[in-house]
Design a binder for this molecule. Sequence first.
Ligand SMILES: Cc1cc2nc3c(=O)[nH]c(=O)nc-3n(C[C@H](O)[C@H](O)[C@H](O)COP(=O)(O)OP(=O)(O)OC[C@H]3O[C@@H](n4cnc5c(N)ncnc54)[C@H](O)[C@@H]3O)c2cc1C
Ligand code: FES
Length: 271
Amino acid sequence: MDDCIGDCRTEIPVMLEVSNVIREGKGQTSFFFRHKLECKPGQFLMIWLPGVDEKPMAVSYSSKNEFAFTSQAIGKFTTALEKIRKGDKLGIRGPYGNSFSRKENACVVAGGVGLSSVSTLIDALKNPLIIYGARTKEHLIYLKRYKNKNMLITTDDGSFGRKGFTTDVLEEVLSKNKKIKIIYTCGPEIMMKKVFDICNKYKVELEASLERYMKCSFGICGACMIDDKIVCIDGPIFNSSQLNKLSEFGKYARLKTGRKVTLNEYHSWKD
Ligand SMILES: Cc1cc2nc3c(=O)[nH]c(=O)nc-3n(C[C@H](O)[C@H](O)[C@H](O)COP(=O)(O)OP(=O)(O)OC[C@H]3O[C@@H](n4cnc5c(N)ncnc54)[C@H](O)[C@@H]3O)c2cc1C
Ligand code: FES
């Protein structure tokens, strides 16, 4: 049973023991598993907490015999995860979704816990420029992990790095640095929509990892639709030409019930 997650994708949750728990930032925790996982940068897992729920989480660390995901406590499921300790078990299925293209001369733009969805990509790239923002100093993650990387940090309140948004820095960088050929991004969709507009302005390629409400993660239920795309199968990563055709990107998402709502309503909704 255990070997299935290492050598093939599993559609049935495999109960794995948590080998380590690391507090990364305010309400942000990484859960490690001493286990092999074949996955590509940008792919995600479904995490099952029996009796609570099952939700998608990006693979945030991946090495030969270990992997992890990093969760931000925002609602019922992610708050319940905060009580999980080393030695407890979680159900894991996946990995799911497509992956980032891994081109050189890249810049990675991440907001909040979105850094976890691009972290295995950063590990796979040769010296990318990273533009990373969070609300406050307390919400920044992986500062030690990426201490030797080329990283520009912003906080909304100016408590660490530059005061402001990642998109302000991206615009400045692209206006001066013509060597950057591709932007990879993950974070709040409002940020990714601004990144998308800036990339269109400077004619730089973009790949963005989208977040939609997911139930099955293998294309059956239709919960994760954006326009005519099934995010769990066709995504979660979409490139510039695909994003240009998605009329709902940066505007609408669907609740658990399937009702289409504005992004503001989506993000204020609690399960
Ligand atoms: C492909 C993918 C990868 C993700 N990776 C991570 C990750 O690495 N770390 C992380 O902390 N979060 C990640 N998320 C988001 C995470 O799944 C949700 O934040 C989580 O499900 C919230 O559950 P909750 O019960 O704690 O909060 P809830 O009370 O259910 O929801 C709070 C808010 O989170 C959003 N949300 C809720 N459920 C989902 C869902 N199933 N899919 C997407 N958004 C949802 C809604 O905006 C909602 O308003 C990812 C989502 C997707 C689609
Ligand atoms: S989550 Fe069911 S189709 Fe994508």
